[in-house]
Ligand binder design. Sequence first.
Ligand SMILES: *Cc1c(COP(=O)(O)O)cnc(C)c1O
Length: 385
Amino acid sequence: MLKTSGIYYGEFGGRYVPDHLDKKLEILEDVFKEIKNDPVFISEYQYYLKNYVGRPSALYYAKNLSKIIGVKTYLKREDLNHTGAHKINNAIGQILIAKRMGKKEIIAETGAGQHGVATATAAALFNMKCKIFMGEEDINRQKMNVERMKILGAEIIPATNGTKTLKEAVDKALEYYVDNPESYYLLGSAVGPSPYPEMVKFFQSVIGQEAKKQFFDFEGELPDGIFACIGGGSNSIGIFNDFIKDEVKLYAAEGGGEGINSGRTAATLSSKSQPIIFQGSFSYCLTDQESNPIEAYSISAGLDYPGIGPEHAFFKESNRIMYYPINDDEAIESFKILSKEEGIIPAIESAHAIALAKKIAKVEGLKKIIVNLSGRGDKDVGRFL
Ligand SMILES: *Cc1c(COP(=O)(O)O)cnc(C)c1O
């Protein structure tokens, strides 16, 4: 029987790792609980969000898009952040924790390279050494982000076994972390062993806090629906968190890939999956018949992860958040619509959230919604024209 420790969401979450790693993460969890309520830490974090990241990000009433969706639609513009997505919110928060813990070296894994770029950026800002673990296959596919990380001073370490993608990069980073106790592992989404899901949510919650206030300033009330895309689950939990207790419907768009029955999908909660222990946490995961994790597929590199954050597993089972698959072709259509109608080229990940709003907001009887635009589409230029 496995020993259980860490933070749980119902039966999901926890920390399922070897003993020595459990101890390290327990210390991290204590530091996290400390900084959460430390006004000095919070004010330094907010200083960088404002002056370096460029927050608050705008909440923009998208008039032209609203006509197509059939519902008054606001966009939360995380694409306007420094480095072009929400990931920097978390990278800045965690690097401040690393600094407080006296760490000198930052390590991180990355798939498409977005989290690697955010981490390399934060490491440069605080003069820390930075190693980014990345699957060899992804290194070849994501040349621009690899180049950016190198310019920022990070060292790229290729993972060369298995499918040579994100899963192997995580395994390799964890291995390095265990062997090098002086390093700090900066995890990029609301996944993995406790305290990461809770910590990443804490740093991304600024999205929903701002959006709530901004929406109220425009409309004098709350929105009736909020939409976000979901890979591991950080931008979605970030915008949803402040609305969980409100009468607001919450919708998450998973990477449906070529369809949930095609065998080429990343839709963990809206297709057939099961709860297993995967990468240190108990949550749903896409598996084969022997309950082993399988490779996920989506046109969007930020969404093609077989697992999902444990709190999302909890909200799926308690029906607080609704999870739907959006297939590649639907996402591409919305990528084009937002670009042509609003002059905003979205990340293909974020286009999944737009597509879900377009598909169901009106049918659901919603009147005023927010869609979280998690990132911009520079990295996707040249793929869909
Ligand atoms: C990484 C990424 C995502 C998916 O990650 P989450 O942790 O689910 O938010 C979504 N959008 C963009 C732009 C990303 O870079």
